[in-house]
Design a protein around this ligand. Structure first.
Ligand SMILES: Cc1cc2nc3c(=O)[nH]c(=O)nc-3n(C[C@H](O)[C@H](O)[C@H](O)COP(=O)(O)OP(=O)(O)OC[C@H]3O[C@@H](n4cnc5c(N)ncnc54)[C@H](O)[C@@H]3O)c2cc1C
Ligand code: FES
Ligand code: FES
Length: 487
């Protein structure tokens, strides 16, 4: 069935979509602030309608559809969100947001920037530096740069060009766009600045047949227990792609964004507990004691736009063999807390992935948090991909080696993604290293164990042989880097 937006007789949208209406019990809950005005989400909209389609159907055609899978950033809009106690503008891919996720939220599109009749300083800087040719990507770049321009605490220096890391341009070239960012100074003391002085809107409950957003864990579990078709959605960066490109229908989406238990960040002397529904950007802001490898891991994970929506819970629950969260957390000996009708249980992460895309989550269970024991051991993360930034892994590896007296290995964790149907630790190689002296011979023996036990597949990202060679050479690289650091 083709989705035709109710707002316009001729909508550009022609992807097949599940056309079930939202049929909300209280239509008043489906209102959000769009460019400063309250707009209602029509009850006749499918919950799988994207925010992008809705905006364009209203005539706000600045945001474009380039890919519909979070890769190009042409659809970028900003949301007003709380980040570690401060109100910020967060740029997001509107092509990956299901429309009801915007309910109660505050969204700005590029149209709001020059509403007064003159270009916003960010737009003017793009003009002055020749940052746009065909213009297709430009509103997306402008919105990412807009959010960066108003980033609290940025001061009056240049904007960080990396803030536009989720935006692609096919014709201008990046240097003029970078120049536009570097030429910007302090954000003007205008209405957009003043907006950040007030709190961001809270994320509130929604209850309907096809889209629910419970505000407590108990309510969420009750919904999941009642409806066998219910599908949890967190940031939607995986499910949005499934909906847009694979045409998957989700009869009942249950958003976990409003559940406080899934949005905690606690650090004690014993452990760090990270709520499953915290976005990666929120974890970055909250985890002040994170090891350096976390920042490196984060920089290699998708783009700023994706990281503003993607959650760690979604990354583990989706159980992709090439997901980046699992190897990093496996090397840290993390565990996951899972809640269900019969209570809460804690499962070590190395027992969580059962088979290809299959986890220890039973029906109607929910991933609540990820627990990292302390002290956090030294760790490195390597990601091999076709591009350095904003790409999916061919293989990823996270290694943690703890040395005792006389360079003897007291603990070894060698975790991989992309070498098997599930992310895993190579226990055989870990066993060889543990108790050995950390030297080239031990590493060679561990590499032999890796070759004997890992069974990667061949696909368009790399052959099985290539992946196996990488799995070994990354360990060697780690050893040589350790040796160099010790010299
Ligand atoms: C352009 C692009 C680039 C990407 N790059 C990377 C990358 O570099 N590295 C990488 O690892 N991934 C990458 N991804 C994949 C994706 O962003 C991550 O897997 C992300 O962490 C998923 O989180 P989410 O909150 O968006 O999940 P969602 O899409 O909301 O959910 C994903 C799955 O998890 C389930 N789920 C979500 N939360 C819970 C929960 N609390 N309990 C139980 N089940 C739950 C959902 O039902 C669904 O099956 C990329 C995706 C895109 C679109
Ligand atoms: S349309 Fe390409 S990221 Fe949204
Ligand atoms: S200006 Fe044409 S794609 Fe960027």
């Amino acid at each position: 069935m083709l989705y035709t937006c109710p707002n316009r007789p001729k909508c550009h949208v022609s992807r097949p979509l599940n056309a079930m209406p939202i049929s909300i019990s209280d239509p008043a809950t489906l209102v959000f602030q769009l460019n400063g005005e309250a707009v209602s989400i029509p009850a006749s909209c499918s919950p799988q309608t994207t925010l992008l389609d809705f905006l364009r159907a209203r005539g706000l055609t600045g945001a474009k559809e380039g890919c519909a899978e979070g890769e190009c950033g042409a659809c970028t809009v900003v949301m007003v969100r709380d980040l570690d106690g401060r109100t910020v503008y967060r740029p997001v891919n509107s092509c990956l947001m299901f429309l009801p996720m915007a309910a109660g939220q505050e969204v700005y599109t590029v149209e709001a920037l020059a509403a007064s009749g003159s270009l916003h300083p960010v737009q003017q800087s793009m003009v002055d530096h020749g940052g746009s040719q065909c213009g297709y990507c430009t509103p997306g770049f402008v919105m990412s740069l807009f959010a960066e321009h108003y980033r609290p605490g940025r001061g009056d220096g240049a904007c960080d060009p990396h803030s536009m890391g989720g935006n692609l341009c096919r014709c201008t070239g990046y240097r003029p766009i970078r120049d536009a960012a570097l030429a910007l100074t302090a954000a003007p003391p205008d209405a957009f600045s003043r907006r950040l002085d007030a709190p961001a809107p809270p994320i509130t409950a929604i209850a309907s047949a096809h889209f629910s957003r419970p505000a407590t864990l108990d309510d969420c579990l009750a919904i999941l227990a009642r409806d066998p078709d219910a599908r949890i959605v967190s940031g939607g960066t995986d499910l949005g792609v499934e909906s847009n490109l694979l045409g998957r229908a989700f009869p009942h989406l249950v958003s976990v964004e409003a559940i406080p238990d899934l949005r905690i960040f606690h650090e004690t002397a014993r452990e760090i507990e990270i709520g499953a529904a915290l976005t990666l950007s929120e974890i970055e802001a909250a985890w002040k004691t994170a090891p350096a490898a976390f920042t490196e891991w984060l920089d290699l994970f998708a783009s700023p736009l994706i990281r503003n929506r993607a959650t760690l819970g979604g990354n583990l629950a989706t159980a992709s063999p090439i997901g980046d969260g699992a190897p990093f957390l496996l090397a840290l000996d993390a565990a996951v807390r899972i809640a269900g009708a019969s209570g809460t249980r804690t499962v070590p992460l190395h027992e969580f992935f059962l088979d290809y895309r299959k986890t220890a989550l039973a029906r109607a269970e929910i991933l609540v948090s990820i627990v990292i024991p302390k002290p956090v051991p030294p760790i490195v993360f390597y990601k091999v991909a076709k591009r350095r930034l904003d790409d999916i892994s061919t293989i990823a590896a996270a290694f943690s080696i703890t040395l005792g007296a006389a360079s003897r290995v007291t603990a070894a964790r060698l975790a991989y993604g992309g070498v098997a149907p599930v992310p895993l630790r190579c226990i055989q190689a870990e066993d060889i290293l543990t108790g050995s002296t950390w030297n080239r011979r031990a590493v060679q023996q561990a590499c032999a164990a890796i070759a004997a036990t890992l069974r990667p597949i061949s696909d368009h990202r790399g052959s099985a042989e290539y992946r196996l060679a990488l799995a070994q050479s990354l360990l060697e690289k780690f050893f040589y880097e350790c040796s160099e650091a010790a010299e």
